[in-house]
Design a binder for this molecule. Sequence first.
Ligand SMILES: Cc1cc2nc3c(=O)[nH]c(=O)nc-3n(C[C@H](O)[C@H](O)[C@H](O)COP(=O)(O)OP(=O)(O)OC[C@H]3O[C@@H](n4cnc5c(N)ncnc54)[C@H](O)[C@@H]3O)c2cc1C
Length: 417
Amino acid sequence: MLHQKGKVIIVGAGIAGLSAAYYLLKDGWEVCVLEKGDGSNNCSYGNAGMIVPSHFTPLAAPGIVAKGLKWMLNSKSPFYIRPSLNVSLIDWGLKFLRHANEKHVQRNAEAIRDLNLFGSHLYDELAAEEGFDFELRQNGILMLYQTKAVQHEEIELAAAARQLGLHTEVLDQHGVQALEPELKINALGGVWYACDGILYPPKLMQQLTRYLLTRGVEICYQTEVSGFRISGSRITEVITSKGNYHADEVVIAGGAALPKLASRLQLKLPLMPGKGYSFMHKPQGTTAMKHGALLLEARVAVTPMHQQIRFSGTMELGPANDRIYKNRVQGIVESIPRYFPDLKLSYPHDIWFGYRPCPPDGLPYLGRTRQYHNLSIAGGGGMMGLSLGPAFGKTIADLLSGKPAPTAIAGFSPDRF
Ligand SMILES: Cc1cc2nc3c(=O)[nH]c(=O)nc-3n(C[C@H](O)[C@H](O)[C@H](O)COP(=O)(O)OP(=O)(O)OC[C@H]3O[C@@H](n4cnc5c(N)ncnc54)[C@H](O)[C@@H]3O)c2cc1C
């Protein structure tokens, strides 16, 4: 293949990095992805697989602080900030508090919606391409609630979603049951977001990797990026555990490691890893569940995928540690029969965990940086990083080709802190 545009080095083989590779390859770049692991398991594999234009509210939203403080007192709760004197965590917390207000939500809702809708559209296109079948189902997601308080909040949110042009339907108990006729649901009601969808992340990641490798993209595994060689305002080489790589353009898509990578360039990308767990469950007989669902009081995501159901949840914010907190997993397990009385699970054997890359204002980092003329950042997708992945990739490819970004990304600037 003729690469007329030069060589792009992408750091990280998660959904952000691989999507950037996919669109850059299509645009005629020579692409090389550097990945410190073996590419078989990062945050983009074990997540809930939801495509979520419904998530137009950044994590830093009003009310989340009070809720978070209440939840912190319960060891089985879905949200937890690990108390610590860690300087990055304190800095992150102060920035988070500054953004947890209505003005911030309103200012950014349209841009988040547009990036998510764009990502969803790109998933439709990708699923139609030969070699891809990642169990995409664009049939909406159910937000289920059991309490009046959450019902009230959710109906308000659905009204805001409708104002943003998203198709939502508020359903009573019969309505939600009618959408899932083969699975008994115990809920006061729910909101169905027709704009959302689900997919099976491992297949997506494996198929994307295969596509890239068979078309000449170099993916170097077990290759950890440790620094950069600079000349003036350009990065000339990426320094790794396996030698140096020449670069005309560099894209950093390192997931929760963005701050560490950025610090090698004296850039600040504040971010906390938000640990979450997931596990698969094979129900008796067939998987009758048709839609993805969020159990709102429990903050648990339920996704039918690959003839099984994936349950995921918890947000443990704090410096990464690879411990599995059994009480929190138990919290997920116990919540399931409360909403689905016929699904009784025991504590899972095989628990996956991953780190959502969470910027303090709940907005991604996407675009070029001011300081280095050939550096772009794609990441910080937080709870919606899978959903946004292709939109990250296409945006980066457009910017590197000198085109305008496909959606408004000024608020996502990597220079904003
Ligand atoms: C329980 C759970 C459920 C979730 N559910 C959803 C969902 O339903 N929908 C949704 O949209 N999002 C969801 N998410 C969030 C989503 O999974 C992430 O936001 C997304 O996968 C992040 O992708 P990424 O490419 O930015 O990072 P990653 O997938 O983490 O990839 C980053 C890669 O960079 C590599 N890397 C890091 N440092 C270096 C270095 N120095 N050198 C070389 N390589 C390096 C890492 O090894 C890694 O492979 C969920 C997350 C969790 C934990």
